[in-house]
Design a protein around this ligand. Sequence first.
Ligand SMILES: [Zn+2]
Ligand SMILES: [Zn+2]
Length: 200
Amino acid sequence: VTTFALLTILFLSGAQPEGVLLLPLGQIDTAVTRVLRHELARRFHQVTSVLPTESAPEYAFRWIREQYYAPQVLDSLARRTTANVKGQWTGHLLAVTDVDLYDDGLNFVFGQADLVDRVAVISLVRLREEYYRRPANPSRFRERAVREAVHEVGHTYGLVHCPDPRCVMHYSQRLADTDRKSSRFCRECRARLPHREVRR
Ligand SMILES: [Zn+2]
Ligand SMILES: [Zn+2]
């Protein structure tokens, strides 16, 4: 999907350009995109739309790590939303992928965001119990996906990491951090959200 197509889809779908767009990169369970769409709309009070699925970000694969380089995924997302559509795109784009992401100096990342270009990506890989050789727990998996999605989209609204371990903007270094926090903003973070309608 080119940038032109992205905008066409955006306008044809009636989505507001300032809303949140979900972009599945690779095959993602529709039950997951459905719950993310619903929860993001609820948390940010913005129209949230799901774009047609695109291929997994193979361009970001690094043989030496057997992982995918998250900053390159963000670059690719940012190119389509900013450089090519100056002024027209004021939305927030969250890519959802099922490949394992990493960044320099980190073994992995659950997700990453660009605060300036308002693009973000999350990986579902390490949110499943099965990854840790434990029995599957679909509801816990979905809760984790929502927390990571709200966290990364929160960054695209300019929020930074929060010291409150219960706040969704708390940094998740390990899965235990994700499990400890909620999908909600603490009072301070909510007050920092830019739009009044987003803050409610
Ligand atoms: Zn973060
Ligand atoms: Zn907070």
